[in-house]
Design a protein. Structure first.
Length: 335
């Protein structure tokens, strides 16, 4: 199977590329990525010389580049997106281009070139916050942030392309994902690397917002299950079943690194901050998927991965990239 993996240089995409090449002898991958601040070829170093892997730098909003690069592939898996909620609050415009127009560009390529399958990788954040119970795939979308609204726009384009043109597209809605190679602006890698550097951990609001945490390997396996066995036009939730408050996540990080709570700084809450995410994954289980990674073991192994791979994140946090500008812009206003 020849796969076109857009956004494959980011966190989940690079884990997916490495995992699919290791699991299957008959999978070829074209990784297509714009290399924004979040895209990082270091994430793909372990496979850069792999005979069944090729990298193409390009933008999913660039129709000509997409049409050229997808020629001959059997399926598209789209990870490419602007993904950070806080950035979408401060600087929303690029989210609309990549997450909506970019998705549309890929759908057009599927339609015009008759590509057999496409998985649009989306998020549980499109449903919005839920106080009790869990969302299933038919629940209404009620996104709160410019990020989740843009992702919802991409989802709706994909479903409309299936209804109108019969495009063979499936959607996955994953929950908060953790694991190696996550850009250190997101909660877990930011807090772990700050703790390792002797810096403060900025907890928003009362620290009691709940996220459902999913190991990246389990997320990748869910996407693979949908790619192989999903029904076109259908949506599949992919959740870890591990609901924790941000305060609880912080406690595990501090415990693993043997630090006290004095490193926590309470900062002003994120505007529009969703209180709780929760999804039901019975539908995905019905096509042969389940989680494998135990949450506490997976989180502690992830913390140790950042401790043992300092050069990977040090280059991001202290190199010439975007990280310092963003941290100054966002956190200076909130502490
Ligand atoms: P990420 O921010 O780590 O990586 C995004 C990748 O997309 C980067 O490599 C970036 O260079 C690339 N990219 C961005 N704009 C592009 C464009 N216009 N053209 C081509 N490439 C572009 O993201 P991630 O955390 O790996 O998330 C991947 C996907 O999974 C996203 O669609 C996201 O919405 C979804 N998702 C993420 C999570 C999570 O917790 N991280 C949970 C559920 C769903
Ligand atoms: P994040 O990793 O940005 O993922 P998302 O907003 O997509 O769920 O944030 C996870 C949770 O952690 C969310 O409730 C916001 C909170 N958070 C903090 O308390 N402090 C921080 O510095 C960050 C980045 C997030």
């Amino acid at each position: 199977m020849r796969l076109f993996v857009s956004g494959g240089a980011g966190f989940i995409g690079s884990n997916f590329v490495r995992r699919m090449l290791a699991k299957h002898d008959d999978v070829e991958i074209v990784c297509f990525d714009k290399l924004t601040y979040a895209g990082n070829l270091d994430n793909l170093k372990p496979v850069e010389d792999h005979p069944r892997y090729r990298f193409v730098r390009g933008d999913i909003c660039d129709a000509a580049a997409v049409h050229e690069a997808v020629r001959g592939v059997d399926a598209i898996v789209n990870f490419a997106a602007e993904t950070h909620v806080d950035r979408s609050i401060a600087e929303p415009e690029t989210f609309l281009y990549t997450d909506i127009i970019g998705t549309h560009t890929l759908l057009e390529a599927v339609r015009e070139q008759g590509i057999g399958r496409m998985v649009q990788v989306s998020t549980d954040e499109v449903y919005g916050s839920i106080d009790t119970g869990s969302f299933c795939e038919t629940d209404r979308l009620s996104p709160s942030s410019p990020y989740s609204a843009s992702k919802a726009g991409g989802d709706l384009q994909a479903l409309a392309y299936h209804t109108t043109y019969g495009a063979p597209v499936m959607i996955t809605r994953g929950s908060n994902t953790y694991g190696p190679y996550q850009y250190p602006e997101k909660l877990i890698p930011l807090f772990v690397t700050n703790a390792l550097e002797g810096k403060q951990l900025p907890l928003y609001g009362d620290g009691m917002n709940v996220r459902d945490w999913l190991h990246v390997d389990d997320h990748c396996d869910g996407i693979e299950a949908v790619l192989m066995n999903g029904e076109p036009g259908e949506v599949y939730n992919v959740g870890g079943g591990n609901e924790r408050t941000n305060r609880e996540i912080t406690s595990i990080i501090l415990d693993e690194l043997d630090l006290s709570e004095s490193v926590i700084t309470w900062v002003e809450d994120r505007p529009g901050h969703d209180r709780r995410y929760s999804i039901s994954c019975a539908k995905l289980r019905g096509i042969g998927w389940d989680t494998i990674v135990d949450f506490e073991q997976g989180l502690r192994a992830t913390i140790r991965w950042y401790r043992d791979n300092e050069p990977w994140w040090h280059k991001i946090k202290h190199g010439e990239g975007e990280f310092a500008r963003w941290q100054k812009r966002w956190y200076d206003d909130r502490s």
